[in-house]
Each structure stands twice: as structure tokens, then as C-alpha cells.
Design a protein around this ligand. Sequence first.
Ligand code: HEC
Length: 134
Amino acid sequence: MRSLILAVSVLTVLPAHAESPQALISTYAAAAAAAQPGFAPSPQRGRDFFMRRWNVTERMPNCAACHTERPAAAGSHVITSKAIKPLAPTANAERFTSTAKVEKWFRRNCTEVVGRECSAAEKADFLRFVMQEG
Ligand code: HEC
């Protein structure tokens, strides 16, 4: 019982303090479930999202354009050619440990690639996909 109360209170404070990929995915999944009862993150939907060619801009058709088709691999920025470390936490332990950083990049990359901000459901699916790659 005590651990249940702890788990619930941890979830409530997460948006400002999430410090692990698992905590972040729980936060996004809970937000998605509020809008879509029964929502559960899906790695397959996450993969489809990551690979999907939105074609909003010619040079950044999808997430894989910079992050490659394998989240465990190092990427390269399509415009600046700067190296990008792997997205998968198994390959890069710094990934998804700062809510502020994750939100900043979701906002920027989703706006550029998808043409709008990503939903909580899309973020949860994306994280589930990226976390299982390694
Ligand atoms: C134009 C190149 C580019 C594209 C396309 C791109 N990203 Fe990124 N992404 C970056 C860069 C640069 C960073 C920040 C540098 C870093 O963290 O290595 C980053 C970082 C991130 C992070 C931060 C992860 C963390 O905790 O460190 C997330 C989440 C992310 N991207 C998601 C996405 C998603 C989702 C898409 C597709 C909708 C996408 N990116 C498409 C370049 C890109």
C-alpha cells in the first residue's frame, strides 16, 4: 500500500522532475490515457511514427532523416552535418533523463518534421520504440 501511494505521488510530480526514460514514458502514457482510455504505448506505432515520411519539409521528411533508421546508431544533422549521438538509452545513457531537454526537442523536431506538436500518445509510442532498440 505504501509503495502504491509512493508510486502515485511520484507520478504526480513527474512533469518537472522525471529523470529516467521509464518515468517519462509513464507520464506521457498517463496523459494519453486521460484522453484515450485504455491507451498503452506501442513500439510498433512508435516505429511507424519514427519512419513515417511526413514531407512537411523536403530536407527533413521524417525523424530518421537525422536520427537514422536505427535509434541505437549515431545520427547526423541533415542541414548542419553535425553528429548526433544515438537516441536509444541502451546506446546513450544520457537520453531521456531531463524532461526539459526532451520537451524542448520534441517541440522543435515535431514542429519541423510533422508540422505540429506531437501528442502525448505519439511521445509515449516513440519512447517505447526507442527504448527497446539497442
Ligand atoms: C533536422 C534534424 C533532426 C530531425 C529531422 C529530428 N531530430 Fe530529434 N534531435 C535533433 C538534434 C540536433 C537533437 C539534439 C542533440 C542531441 O540531443 O543529440 C535532437 C534531439 C531529440 C530528442 C531529445 C532526446 C534526449 O532526451 O536527449 C528527442 C526526443 C528527439 N530529438 C525526437 C525527435 C523526433 C520525435 C523526431 C521526428 C518527429 C526528430 N527528433 C527529428 C535533430 C533532429
